[in-house]
Write a protein that binds this ligand. Structure first.
Ligand code: PEP
Ligand code: CO
Length: 451
């Protein structure tokens, strides 16, 4: 695959408008940080990104499903082994539900180990009558709500690199070192989940998986030597927003001579930075990782086709994932014309549903939240639109946490507006808690079976 245009270079984006970048007070210090980052080892290898590309090609062709999920924004304070493990548990649980329910391979991609930078709709927010710059993620500044704390500090980019490295290291250990072994399927059920309706439903599936494994053993299959039972691949991804982080981690692969952004296996371009003439599309047109693009309800079919031509001119299956976030009310009308246009252009893509970002609203107390029923309704609308057009509803993109938070309203334990502040811990968008995330997985498994 040679998507690199002759004029492309890791820094060719600099000639174009780059939306949503922090206003760094000291560009010399920023340049120094970029130089140090350029000297540091890559976080992932090009060969791994190619393996993910292969796995996503299976999704594009309707033979697998993409589960991409994790935090809205990772905090620099929450890097404990426990927090990473609890997130991974939920991801593994969802994946077990989907794989078992739909009997299809599930490609697991975390919003993890680098999901540090946030685009913002408004440049400033008002705190006790004082206007402060909006929070753009710990890789930029502190979340403390004072003007001084919100001054961008480029040293945080280096801190982000090391935090991504240690998160990835633990993730690799957990996924290859026995924790993700399918025989451990019961132990992924957290205590606060196990007692709920979803937890009991999960327990049922875990029992059946256990039975299936014992059956295979009984007929003489040597489970001990089956790698896929003992290890899983969990790939990393984040929004490739902060180009001063992505550029220095972009390396030329010695095997192929092609450029890869080695900050993560997969990167996506956000809804606010996907302008065709903008820096982000330019940058990601030249790196060979699998790439995602978020598409909101205002996008036109022509724009989507132009993005496909620009980001996947050679029509490589697995290269491009289109992540639609239309809102529960609009998805059924807004999605079919896009599906038809892309099919007409004959560009293979993975269609994934982000049922979170167009279903956000503010409560009277000024807290961002989402209704669980809207999340579910957008997922149903996404499947309905694909059924109508005859395309493959390839994936899901969720924001969840392994913690028992109360950030999204509803769900089977019925988080009510008056409960919202009990455990409202997010630094940015409201996330599904583990029970709500599991509930989503059950719904999707049912919809996939019907598809
Ligand atoms: C996100 O995924 O956290 C995000 C900001 O999404 P979007 O670009 O779709 O608004
Ligand atoms: Co978000």
């Amino acid at each position: 695959m040679a998507v690199t245009e002759p004029t492309w270079a890791p820094d060719s984006w600099r000639a174009l408008p780059a939306a949503q970048q922090p206003t760094w007070p000291d560009t010399e210090a920023l340049g120094g940080v970029r130089e140090r980052l350029r000297q540091l080892p890559p976080l992932v290898f090009a060969g791994e990104a190619r393996n993910l590309l292969q796995a996503l090609a299976e999704v594009a062709e309707g033979r697998a499903f993409l589960l991409q999920a994790g935090d809205c924004v990772e905090s620099f304070r929450e890097v404990s082994a426990i927090q990473i493990r609890e997130k991974l548990k939920v991801l593994l649980q969802m994946s077990a539900v989907l794989t078992y329910g739909a009997t299809l391979p599930v490609v697991k991609v975390g919003r993890i180990a680098g999901q540090f930078a946030k685009p913002r709709s408004a440049a400033t927010e008002t705190v006790d009558g004082v206007e402060v710059p909006s929070f753009r993620g710990h890789v930029v500044h502190s979340d403390e709500r004072t003007p001084e704390a919100r001054v961008p500090d480029p040293e945080r980019i280096i801190q982000g690199y090391y935090q991504a490295a240690s998160t990835l290291n633990l993730l690799r250990a957990f996924t290859k070192g026995g924790f993700a072994d399918l025989t451990q399927v019961h132990t992924w059920n957290q205590e606060f989940v196990a007692t709920s309706r979803e937890g009991r439903r999960y327990e049922g599936i875990a029992n059946e998986i256990g039975r299936a494994l014992r059956f295979m053993q009984a007929i003489g299959i040597d489970l001990g030597s089956e790698r896929s039972i003992h290890e899983v691949d969990v790939w990393t991804s984040h929004e490739g927003l902060l180009l001063d982080y992505e550029e220095p981690l972009t390396r030329c692969d010695s095997l192929t001579g092609q450029w890869y952004d080695c900050s993560a296996h997969m990167l996506w371009i956000g809804e606010r930075t996907r302008a065709l003439g903008g820096a982000h599309v330019e940058f990601f047109s030249g790196v060979h990782n699998p790439i995602g693009v978020k598409l909101g309800p205002e996008v036109t079919p022509d724009e989507v086709v132009a993005l496909c031509e620009r980001l996947n001119p050679l029509r490589v299956p697995g290269r491009l994932t289109l992540i639609t976030r239309m809102g529960a009310a609009r998805v059924r009308d807004a999605l079919p014309p896009l599906l038809q246009a892309v099919r007409g252009a004959e560009v293979p893509v993975v269609w994934s549903c982000d049922p979170m970002h167009a279903n956000t609203f503010q409560t009277p107390t000024g807290h961002k939240t989402r209704r669980f029923e809207d999340v579910m309704a957008e997922i149903e609308g996404f499947f309905a639109a694909h059924r109508e057009v005859g395309t493959w509803p390839g994936g899901i993109h969720l924001e969840f946490t392994g913690d028992d938070v109360t950030e999204c309203l509803g769900g089977s334990e019925r988080v009510l507006e008056e409960h919202l502040l009990d455990r409202y811990e997010t630094l940015c968008d409201p996330r599904l808690n583990a029970r709500q995330a599991l509930d989503c997985a059950f719904l999707i498994a049912e919809l996939m079976r019907a598809a």
